[in-house]
Design a protein around this ligand. Structure first.
Ligand SMILES: NC(=O)c1ccc[n+]([C@@H]2O[C@H](COP(=O)([O-])OP(=O)(O)OC[C@H]3O[C@@H](n4cnc5c(N)ncnc54)[C@H](OP(=O)(O)O)[C@@H]3O)[C@@H](O)[C@H]2O)c1
Length: 224
C-alpha cells in the first residue's frame, strides 16, 4: 500500500492545511501518509506548502509534492521551498502527453505523475485503433499499451478502476517493452485537439472553481 492524499483548495493556507493534514491522518487511522500533494496552484499555496514541510519534518508525511502545477508555478515552488516537491501530478494521457512540462519536471528532479492516464475514458480511448494495433504485437490491450508507454516515458501512472479484472489488467504491464518505433507512434497520438479535462488556463473554469465551489466551502471570506 502507498497512500497518497491531496490538500483541497478550500484548505489552501498554513492554518487550514495543517488542520487538514491532521484530519486526513485521523480519517485514515494512520500516523503517516506516504505522499501529500497540494491539489491546485490556487489560493495561499505557499502557506499550505509550508504546512506540508512542517508535517514532513514531524514525520507525518513521508513525501510532499504538488498537483496541477504547470511549469512556471512549479519553478516558483521548487525554487523557494525548503523541501522541494517530490512529485507533480498533472493531466497526462495519450492525447495530452505533456512533453514540455515533463522536461521542466525532469530538470527540477520532480517526478511526473499522470492523473487520468486513460483520459477518463474520453475520445473512445479503449477502442483507439492505433493503440489496438500496437497492442496486438505484444498480446496487450489498448489500456495496457497506454500504461506501458507512459511508464517508458518516465511517467508514474495511477489508473482508476472499480472492476477487479481491470485492476489486474492494469497491473499486468511489466512483462513487455514497447519498441522505439511503437513509442514514437504512441507519442504522435498527442495532436493537441482534445480539450483539456480541466483547463487551468481558462479564467472562467478557474473562477467557477474558486468562486462557486471554494467560496461556498469556506463560507465566503478569504484564504489569504
Ligand atoms: N489531481 C487532479 O486534479 C486529478 C484529477 C482527476 C483525477 N485524478 C486522479 O487520477 C486517478 C485516475 O483518474 P480518473 O479516474 O479520473 O481517470 P482514468 O484512470 O483515466 O480513467 C478511469 C476510467 O477508465 C475506466 N477503466 C479503468 N481501467 C480500465 C480498463 N482496463 N479497461 C477499460 N476501462 C478501464 C474506468 O472504468 P471502471 O471504473 O468502470 O473500470 C473509469 O471509467 C485517480 O486516482 C484520481 O483521483 C486527479
Amino acid at each position: 500500500m502507498f497512500i497518497t492524499s491531496k490538500i483541497w483548495v478550500s484548505n489552501m493556507n498554513y492554518e487550514r492545511a495543517t488542520a487538514s493534514i491532521d484530519e486526513s491522518l485521523d480519517k485514515l487511522g494512520t500516523d503517516h501518509i506516504d505522499l501529500m500533494l497540494l491539489h491546485q496552484a490556487m489560493g495561499d499555496y505557499p502557506g499550505a506548502y509550508r504546512a506540508m514541510e512542517d508535517a514532513y519534518k514531524a514525520g507525518k508525511l513521508r513525501a510532499i509534492g504538488v498537483s496541477n502545477f504547470y511549469p512556471e508555478r512549479l519553478v516558483d515552488v521548487a525554487a523557494l521551498a525548503e523541501i522541494p516537491p517530490a512529485v507533480n501530478q498533472i493531466e497526462t494521457h495519450p492525447f495530452r502527453q505533456q512533453d514540455a512540462a515533463h522536461a521542466v519536471m525532469a530538470e527540477l528532479g520532480v517526478v511526473h505523475e499522470a492523473w487520468a492516464p486513460f483520459a477518463e475514458g474520453q475520445n473512445n480511448i479503449f477502442a483507439n485503433p492505433t493503440l489496438a494495433e500496437i497492442g496486438s504485437q505484444y498480446g496487450k490491450k489498448p489500456g495496457q499499451v497506454i500504461l506501458r508507454a507512459l511508464i517508458q516515458k518516465d511517467v508514474v501512472v495511477i489508473p482508476k478502476s472499480t472492476h477487479r479484472n481491470r485492476m489486474e489488467e492494469n497491473f499486468d504491464v511489466f512483462d513487455f517493452e514497447l519498441s522505439e518505433e511503437d513509442l514514437a507512434t504512441f507519442s504522435a497520438l498527442d495532436d493537441g485537439t482534445l480539450p483539456r479535462i480541466f483547463d487551468h488556463y481558462d479564467p472562467k473554469v478557474v473562477g467557477w472553481l474558486l468562486r462557486d465551489m471554494v467560496k461556498q466551502q469556506i463560507g465566503g471570506g478569504s484564504l489569504y
